[in-house]
Design a protein around this ligand. Structure first.
Ligand SMILES: [Cu+2]
Length: 257
């Protein structure tokens, strides 16, 4: 284990994320969230307000009506209501579900964390196996866990990491600027093989819909990891908070070794 701690103000957070990724605890994630908020300089009140502009109307949102109502009720009352109940319940689930899919993906314009114009297919069809997840940097629930899991995956892969391309797509691209994504990538020691992508909100949603992970509201997003051996191969979809060991196991199975 060679975790670095580049951010002295949050010495405990990395360990918390890691332990959360292995044995999820609500308190650990909550503590991480609080510390991450502190680091990013976003007061809790600002974050609560963000729930508002995450409410991009969509058909799916109707199904989450109760959840949304809770979120809005929580704005004035501070933390009285729990907008993260959905995710907390999810984080207490163990195991994951594996399935295979052929997604008809369109070549959506995106922006990488250096600010360069790129596109979904340019990122995916780079002649390497790919792993994809969806995150937003101010998420205080499952995204820190998923990012810590990717961090641990790259660590477990060791030198083999150079053969895979790991991609995290922001589902809050209006907030997740390239600079913000670089900061986030550094927090998780992202190696050269791990790219973070942003772009317009419409394009982020298009990518999410392409992978059937769009849930109408960033607060409702689910922990899903997708991987593909190569162009033309099926996508292996991992639903649930799989451990790094599980993801590496599925990755190796997908490669056929
Ligand atoms: Cu999240």
């Amino acid at each position: 284990m060679n975790w670095k701690y580049p951010l002295p103000r949050i010495p405990g957070s990395r360990a918390m994320v890691l332990s959360a990724a292995l044995a999820l605890t609500v308190s650990g994630a909550a503590a991480l969230a609080a510390e991450a908020d502190e680091h990013s300089g976003h007061a809790a009140s600002e974050q609560a307000m963000e729930h508002d502009h995450s409410g991009h109307a969509a058909p799916e949102q109707a199904m989450e009506h109760d959840h949304s109502a809770d979120e809005h009720a929580g704005h004035d009352a501070g933390a009285a209501d729990d907008p993260h109940a959905h995710h907390r319940a999810m984080m207490q689930q163990t195991g994951y579900r594996r399935s295979e899919h052929d997604y008809a993906l369109h070549d959506v314009p995106l922006v990488d964390m250096q600010g360069n114009q790129t596109s979904l297919l340019a990122q995916l069809d780079a002649g390497k196996p790919v792993m994809v997840n969806f995150i937003f940097t101010t998420c205080t629930t499952i995204c820190p866990v998923m990012s810590a899991t990717f961090q641990q995956v790259q660590s477990e892969l060791g030198a083999e990491r150079d053969q895979v391309r790991m991609i995290s797509v922001s589902i809050d691209p209006e907030h997740d600027t390239p600079a913000r994504l670089r900061e986030y990538a550094e927090l998780f020691d992202a190696g050269d093989q791990w790219e973070f992508l942003t772009g317009s909100l419409a394009n982020s949603i298009a990518v999410q819909k392409g992978f059937d992970v769009y849930r109408g509201n960033k607060m409702n997003h689910e922990p899903t990891t997708l991987m593909r051996k190569g162009q033309g191969d099926p996508w292996v979809r991992i639903d649930g908070l799989a451990s790094a060991a599980d993801i590496v196991k599925e990755y190796h199975a997908m490669l056929g070794r």
